[in-house]
Design a protein around this ligand. Structure first.
Ligand SMILES: [Fe+2]
Length: 160
């Protein structure tokens, strides 16, 4: 496996680790149970996407300290967003996504045949997040999670 390709997959994996920590921390911070649950579902999407990426990494590149650092950064980012309204948060999240979507579409083009299903899923998960944010922004909050749930292996229970 070429080094650069491997490194990109590892980077994407690390982003999922940070994303999961971010969404879990947001879930804790948000008062509205519906918003909190939605963050929990997004965290699950990040977790499952990260696991997929890990499964196609040919050999370990980094170590656990990378994961710990990413998690800390995810939590820190969440604390920076703690004063944002839900609407503002959705806009912030959405505006981050097009860059990832185009980056991962490029990665799909460079992907090994055996990795393509996984890389497709990587792009799809960003598109599902984008769709989620867009639906929330226009007030269609009842259906917003559908594309996300469609990709999930396990749907989190509502705890509150
Ligand atoms: Fe992600």
């Amino acid at each position: 496996m070429p080094g650069e390709y491997s490194a990109q997959i590892y980077r994407a994996y690390q982003d999922e680790i940070g994303g999961e920590a971010f969404f879990l921390a947001m879930s804790d911070l948000l008062k509205d149970p519906d918003h909190s649950y939605k963050m929990c579902v997004l965290a699950q999407l990040e977790l499952e996407t990260g696991q997929l990426l890990k499964s196609i990494l040919a050999e370990p590149i980094g170590d656990l300290t990378d994961d710990i650092r990413e998690r800390e950064m995810g939590r820190l980012e969440a604390s920076h967003c703690s004063n944002a309204s839900w609407h503002e948060l959705m806009i912030l999240l959405r505006d981050d996504l097009p860059e990832y979507i185009s980056r991962y579409k490029e990665l799909e083009k460079a992907g090994r045949v055996e990795d393509l299903a996984c890389l497709w899923q990587l792009t799809k998960h960003e598109e599902a997040l984008f769709s989620f944010c867009e639906q929330e922004i226009i007030g269609q909050s009842g259906q917003s999670l559908e594309p996300v749930i469609h990709l999930l292996g396990k749907i989190p229970d509502r705890t509150r």
